[in-house]
Design a protein around this ligand. Structure first.
Ligand SMILES: Cc1ncc(COP(=O)(O)O)c(C=O)c1O
Length: 474
């Protein structure tokens, strides 16, 4: 059994987010008849620092290359990227698998795709289960991969998967989990949805890829292996090389890094999963779970600000951030009250009588600090967010610093960049008042949105200091 997929509610078709049951293509459309869609799958993982997409730029590059080879009309990269973010946001997808197809949106009676506008189809599934799938068995397929010059070698397109689906089915009918496909010359090519590696004497080898999919996970794993001192040789490999292997694993967006327990019934020399496979899985997880570094090239953290336009009818607010005025005091006190209710998980909290007085003292400059509010532009009343900043002195800072005491954004505006704009206003205040740092105390570990809160401050440039986070103000 590999990972478990649960279909998501929202699917993107030709510029619209639709409930899955209404997301259909016309019966006469080009890709249904000719398999003429450029085909990518992407994986997003839930981590403590937010949800993280793997290989986004590589997927967009490969999609463009495939579209070119299929002679599809180009779609602007920013449109594809935003559509993906919309699907992730609409489905609140944290751990997921995404299929992205670019296809000629025209009638099959015209064969030429270059004269039909291209559109996108994006389907998402929630992934349940462990990060890595258990070992699988492979049977060698009796149909071979055509040489590069007889097909579109760089194209990852729907049409080729009809053959692979049949080979997969034949392997399963023989009792294997999947099929290993050979090149025309009998050397090993790939699995129906993955590239393949072997380990022998502490080194890795993987087939060269002129005729197979240039897998992003394959490239990533070669880099991760180098990071931990394991060399990879790319060369033609025969089935006999796999018969002598210590370990075998496959790599792909869907499978991740997955051990192979046998090919045609023949097991590798070491018990599965072997030590190199486990070391690489560990390095892979480390990449997912830690921010920055070289790994930043491979993972994109999905911040709430990137999720504008979440497809559920919500229009992102346009708003302005300004210092609070006396008239705002009741709304500020109410916002802080709602924040406390959310943090403590208890309804009906009342703030002490002195709350309004403290607001007034801060607004009138009788105490050091500031209150900033976010108010909607145009019609609409009330505040959509607020931030209370105090100025404190401490021995450990060696002077004064800004402490964010309260930051609240109205629920329905949480993906509109309001929080980031309020933090930017606080940072400006600190700069103007020669405060060299800002801190914020994190909510209790029991607060369900703690990972999001943490991720938000991290995306604003704060670093973690135990239960607090700090940002140096330059
Ligand atoms: C035939 C084939 N080979 C290899 C791969 C691995 O490519 P990637 O790691 O980019 O997902 C895939 C992935 O879909 C595939 O379908």
């Amino acid at each position: 059994m590999s990972i478990m997929l649960e279909p998501c509610r929202w699917t993107y078709v030709a510029g619209k987010l639709l409930p899955a049951e209404r997301a259909v293509l016309p019966a006469d459309c080009h890709p249904v008849h000719y398999g003429s869609a450029a085909f990518e799958s992407l994986r997003i993982y839930r981590t403590a620092i937010g949800s993280r997409l793997v290989g986004l730029d590589g997927h967009l590059d490969r999609l463009e290359a495939t579209m070119q080879q299929l002679r599809l009309m180009p779609v602007d990269r920013s449109v594809v990227r935003q559509a993906l973010l919309d699907v992730i946001a609409a489905n609140e997808l944290e751990d997921g698998y995404i299929r992205l197809l670019a296809y000629p949106n025209g009638n099959c009676t015209r064969l030429d795709p270059a004269v039909q506008p291209s559109d996108l189809l994006i389907v998402a599934w929630r992934v349940n289960g462990a990060r890595f799938s258990p070992p699988l068995t492979l049977g060698v397929a009796d149909v071979r991969r055509p040489p590069a010059f007889t097909s579109l070698p760089l194209a990852k397109h729907s049409g080729m998967y009809g053959v692979y689906a049949a080979l997969h089915s034949a392997a399963r009918a023989e009792g294997f989990d999947d099929a290993l496909v050979l090149h025309a010359d009998g050397t090993v090519c790939e699995v129906t949805g993955a590239n393949i590696f072997l380990a022998r004497n502490g080194r890795l080898a993987t087939p060269t890829i002129p005729d197979s999919i240039d897998g992003l996970t394959r490239r990533l794993v070669i880099e991760l292996a180098a990071d931990i001192g394991i060399a990879t040789e790319e060369r033609p490999l025969r089935l006999e090389d796999f018969a002598e292997a210590d370990e075998i694993f496959i790599t792909g967006t869907f499978h991740g890094l997955r051990p192979v327990s046998a090919i045609n019934g023949m097991a590798p020399a070491l018990p599965t999963p072997g030590p190199l496979t486990l070391a690489l899985q560990k390095r892979y997880e480390q990449m997912l779970d830690s921010p920055g570094g070289n790994d930043g090239r491979w993972v994109t953290t999905i911040s709430s600000a990137a999720r504008n336009g979440n497809g559920n009818g919500h229009v992102p607010a346009t708003f302005r951030v300004r210092p609070a005025q006396r008239e705002d005091i009741p709304a500020v006190v109410e916002g802080v009250r709602l924040l406390l209710e959310e943090l403590r998980g208890v309804p009906g909290i009342q703030l002490p009588a002195g709350a309004e007085t403290v607001c007034a003292r801060t607004i009138e400059g009788r105490t050091r600090g500031a209150i900033f509010v976010a108010a909607p532009n145009g019609p609409g009343s009330g505040l959509i967010g607020l931030l209370c900043l105090n100025v404190l002195e401490s021995v450990h800072v060696g002077g004064a610093y800004g402490l964010i005491q309260d930051l609240w954004v109205r629920n329905e505006h949480r993906s509109d960049g309001v929080g980031a704009a309020l933090v930017a206003a606080a940072e400006n205040y600190c700069r103007e008042h020669r405060l060299n740092s800002m801190e914020v105390c994190l909510p209790s570990h029991r607060f369900p949105r703690l990972p999001r809160t943490h991720n938000f401050y991290q995306s604003c440039g704060f670093i973690e200091l135990g239960p607090r986070m700090r940002k140096e103000v330059s």
